[in-house]
Design a protein around this ligand. Structure first.
Ligand code: WT7
Length: 656
């Protein structure tokens, strides 16, 4: 190996230098929900800080103990009782806000929309709760939910929460076998689904997938079906229809209080490989942190804001920031059923214009796609209502951040880059829009009440300027409580790498000011000539070239350097693929990050392999880069992508 100097103690290189800063707009700062003293207050009394956040909710019985911590098992607000659905719905009606809109629902077919007030939502949730009880669902039972983005989806979640049944939402794009294994692992007795949903202009069936999955799950007693597309479906003995069972119910239902630590839901997270993990979230702590973070990070003003999170409710982002957080805060939200390019590539901006959306929360993968489509598309719409923009799901490349701020946020809105996971339940690291002098690409600081750090492989805190492993050092209210049915796997996966610290699996660095930058999954880190180089930094360097919209890099075995960097890039809509684009981009990376990070190869591709939630699957690109046959593609969103990339391969020659 080349210069693998043993004295090099770096855990993860810190290569990218970024000097742009964006101060909060004065007007926003002056009226911000959270001011800088929150950090000091939480640092001085962390549990007291979370008690205050919990006091924003309505409790039927106040808790006795704020935190019981038997590492790594936490219980928050022990002895407290509350009903999540009451907190998300009824209390707003009781406060006189029944006519306030909870959801503006926008179907994919144009003109297909519904407005649901808090009073409407209360009636619908009550009917659904009564129906679940009639179908034999009791507190603690598991209900699998496999639905498109229609109003009956949040209604189903809230109905489960109301009666204390544990929901397990399975994203509507998953296969029958994925659905079956999740139904089996949670031992669900009811499945809620729809005949289908609309995707890219066409009805797309869901019910046949459920039929296939439940053919092998005898413990499922009933399948409750919403008619959405009215497509023809097979009807089995187990099937009952929403319009028959739910519609006839009384719209009155008395919510019983549940213990703060009663389970609220299971949500399966696949990671990149292995059996999916059933992440278990409970009641009081989860609602406390989702509600507080939604209030703080988005500076939500429930009276005036129109908030839109573009995620699917099938992911944790939708659970926490379409359903529980916003509703607990009495927000008015937009829900959109479809994809951003149906019927045209300006659909998102048309929706922003139509509802005068003030807060938009989306993912880097979407932002990079919009960059690729071109600036002229958002420019056609009036988006002057926007005042806060958010990002979640992957590291946001600085260039994508700046594009988002400029072309969506009119160069004036703060952008909050929010780091968290299915496991953390709620946002953990993020700027606060009225306080932070944000840096493009940085998640900045742990929120008040969160104790996170970057450590080396021995678990020692790295100094400013250093890189390493992200850890969380103290329990937090919305943390996962375990992996459903598998405490040992919970311990092994999250609590064994470093003693008494939660390890999320991400790399990170602290800059000279101590601000945090996420560097991608540690499994993806590349070891080049003895240096640990993060995929994120090289990808961000590539995306900072004006011709590049999106990039993915992987380490491929190399006889000289151990691993060499192989890059896959998608060009921007207006960029020409020239013969020397490879050399141009390689030199650009060398100039931006230093020669050590110069890719060995650049492949221009039309698409990148992504999971259904939009994360780049570098594992498959490593197979390509190392000339292996391509591994397990079951979690790939679009199965044709790898063929498109492989076709590019003959030109994949080393350029040195
Ligand atoms: C993983 C969690 C959190 C809801 C959606 C994803 C990556 C997430 C960021 C961010 C850098 C991020 C991490 C994390 N991630 N947000 N702002 N910056 N990386 O939930 O599917 O459980 O994925 O997504 O790698 O561990 P998830």
């Amino acid at each position: 190996m080349a210069d693998n100097a043993p004295e090099s103690q770096e855990t993860l290189s810190n290569l990218l230098q970024e000097t742009r800063r964006f101060a909060p707009p004065a007007e926003l700062a002056a009226a911000a929900n959270i001011t800088a003293d929150a950090y000091e207050q939480a640092a001085a009394d962390r549990l007291g800080f979370w008690e205050q956040a919990a006091d924003r909710l309505t409790w039927s019985r106040k808790w006795d103990t704020t935190l019981e911590w038997n590492p790594p098992f936490a219980k928050w607000f022990v002895g407290g009782q509350l009903n999540v659905a009451y907190n998300c719905v009824d209390r707003h009606v009781e406060a006189g806000n029944g006519d306030k809109v909870a959801y503006y629902w926008e179907g994919e077919p144009e003109g297909d929309s519904r407005t649901i007030t808090y009073a409407d939502l209360q009636r619908e949730v009550n009917r659904a709760a009564n129906a679940l009880q009639e179908l034999g669902v009791r507190k603690g039972d598991r209900v699998a939910i496999y639905m498109p983005m229609i109003p009956e989806l949040p209604i189903s979640l809230l109905a489960c929460a109301r009666i204390g049944a544990i929901h397990s939402v399975v994203f509507g794009g998953f296969s029958a076998s994925a659905l079956q294994s999740r139904i089996e692992d949670a031992d669900a007795k009811l499945v809620i689904t729809a005949d289908g949903g609309y995707r890219r202009g066409n009805p797309s069936a869901l019910k046949p997938t459920v039929d296939e999955a439940v053919a092998n799950t005898p413990n499922v007693e009933k399948v409750l079906v919403v008619r959405r597309t009215n497509q023809e479906i097979a009807v089995n003995d187990r099937d009952v229809f929403w319009e028959d069972v739910v519609a006839k119910q009384s719209d009155q239902h008395e919510a019983q209080p549940h213990d703060a630590e009663d389970p609220l839901y299971i949500l399966y997270t696949s990671g990149t490989t292995g059996k999916p993990k059933g992440i278990l979230h409970t009641t009081g702590g989860y609602l406390t942190q989702t509600a507080w973070t939604h209030h703080a990070v988005f500076d939500l003003k429930p009276e005036t804001d129109i908030y839109w999170c573009t995620a699917d409710i099938g992911w944790v982002t939708g659970h926490s920031y379409i359903v529980y957080g916003p509703l607990a805060n009495g927000a008015t939200s937009v829900i959109y059923e479809g994809t951003p390019d149906t019927p045209h590539r300006g659909r998102f901006w048309e929706i922003v214009q139509k509802y005068k959306v003030t807060i938009l929360y989306t993912a880097p993968t979407a932002i990079r796609t919009f960059m690729k489509w071109g600036d002229d598309i958002p420019a056609k719409f009036d988006m002057s209502s926007l005042r806060v923009l958010g990002s979640v799901g992957e590291p946001i490349n600085p260039e994508a951040y700046v594009w988002y701020r400029e072309h969506i946020g009119a160069s004036k809105t703060p952008v909050v880059d929010t780091w968290w996971q299915t496991e953390t339940g709620a946002i953990m690291i993020s700027p606060l829009p009225g306080i932070s002098h944000a840096k493009p690409g940085a998640a900045m600081k742990p929120l008040p009440g969160i104790v996170a750090d970057v450590v080396d492989d021995q678990g020692n805190s790295v100094p400013n300027g250093g890189g390493g492993f992200l850890v969380v050092k103290e329990p937090w209210p919305s943390m996962l409580r375990t992996i459903w049915g598998d405490d040992q796997r919970y311990i092994d996966t999250y609590w064994s790498r470093f003693e008494n610290m939660y390890f999320p699996g991400d790399g990170a660095k602290k800059d000279e000011d101590g601000d945090l930058w996420l560097l991608g999954r540690v499994d993806d880190v590349m070891l080049v000539s003895g240096h640990n180089i993060s995929t994120t930094e090289v990808e961000s360097a590539l995306v900072s070239h004006p011709k590049v919209a999106e990039a993915a890099v992987v380490g491929a075995t190399d006889p000289v350097t151990g691993q060499a960097i192989v890059s896959f890039v998608i060009l921007r809509g207006n960029a020409e693929e020239s013969d020397d684009i490879g050399a141009e981009l390689r030199n650009h990376v060398a100039k931006t990050l230093g020669p050590i990070a110069k890719p060995r190869q650049i492949l221009v591709v039309p698409e990148l392999p992504k999971t259904r939630s939009g994360k780049i699957m570098r594992r498959l690109l490593r197979d390509v880069a190392e000339n292996r046959s391509i591994g397990d593609v079951t979690t790939l969103a679009d199965s044709t992508v790898m063929n498109l990339i492989s076709e590019k391969l003959p030109s994949a020659k080393s350029e040195d």
